[in-house]
Ligand binder design. Structure first.
Ligand SMILES: [Zn+2]
Length: 287
């Protein structure tokens, strides 16, 4: 089976992306795997620091490996938004396929220093693990928002510039870059999602030689995401839309069956709601 890095390199320049979906519990993992299995496509399962604490670091690795072996599917596990060196070390030791060191909120020099420290460590400790770095702040939590998170880049003048991106990749040695290009974590309650800056993605992709990762794609239109992939995005992250589907499926089932107490029956409709979300997103990833 190909590694995640091999798949990403193979996809370069073809207008193809790999989907990254967050696992909050077993029902969301089953939904992600079910969709990938149906279409026979590779997929990345992400766990944030909070999700890792809930699922358990080693459990996340065992679960993903279990499904990978059972169905012979390229399913990978990513340590999403990791804010400390210590937590990177734990994820690498547990056997994650990739780690995201998120220094997006740090000042420029500190982000470079800390990201490079992570890259140097991972190269020594586990050369097969890939490292993603983040440049520009896009808000942290995958939630329903009523306003733009404090400090997040929303104006083109605040987005990641191609020159900065090039310097950042060269100085840190990262394998993948998450830029700020109009994307925001979470979804807006009563307002349209800001548009992604497609031209900016195109310019950054021309300036750096590594795959680009688009975070916070929940709420963006299919066309906007498709255009972003054509412009050079190699991985697209979705989390909030899955969480919304989970809650909708669960709430409806609780109403339908007020006396039901078996978790596997109560959670089945939530899993199906999430599986449909993932299947719909998968349509955007192929050229
Ligand atoms: Zn993210």
């Amino acid at each position: 089976m190909k590694t995640l890095h091999e798949l990403l390199i193979e996809n370069e320049g073809k207008g193809i992306a790999i989907g990254h979906f967050n696992m909050g519990d077993l029902s969301s993992l089953k939904a992600i795997v079910g969709a990938a299995r149906k279409l026979g496509l590779p997929v990345i399962v992400g766990v944030s620091e909070g999700e890792r604490d809930y699922v358990g670091l080693r459990n996340a690795v065992s679960l993903v490996r279990g499904f990978r072996d059972e169905y012979h599917l390229p399913i990978f596990l990513n340590a999403d938004h990791t804010h400390s060196f210590e937590k990177i070390k734990q994820a690498v030791a547990a056997g994650f396929d990739s780690v995201l060191f998120d220094g997006g909120k740090l000042p420029w020099a500190e982000n470079i220093r800390e990201t490079k420290r992570v890259v140097d460590y991972v190269r020594r400790a586990s050369p097969g693990t890939i490292v993603e770095g983040e440049l520009g702040y896009i808000g942290s939590s995958s939630e329903i928002r009523d306003s733009i998170p404090d400090g997040a880049a929303i104006k083109p003048s605040e987005f990641t510039s191609p020159e900065e991106a090039k310097k950042f990749v060269t100085l840190t040695g990262i394998d993948m870059l998450a830029p700020s290009v109009g994307n925001i974590h979470g979804m807006f309650e009563n307002a349209p999602e800001p548009e992604l800056d497609i031209r900016r993605i195109d310019l950054i992709k021309k300036a750096v030689k590594v795959p680009l990762v688009l975070h916070g794609a929940s709420g963006n239109t299919d066309k906007n995401i498709r255009d972003a992939i054509r412009a050079g995005i190699g991985i697209v992250h979705f989390s909030t839309e899955l969480r919304v589907a989970w809650r909708k499926g669960l709430e409806e089932e609780l109403k339908r069956n007020p006396k039901e107490v078996a978790p596997h029956r109560l959670l089945a409709p939530a899993e199906e709601e999430m599986r449909q979300v993932v299947l719909n997103k998968f349509k955007l990833f192929q050229a």
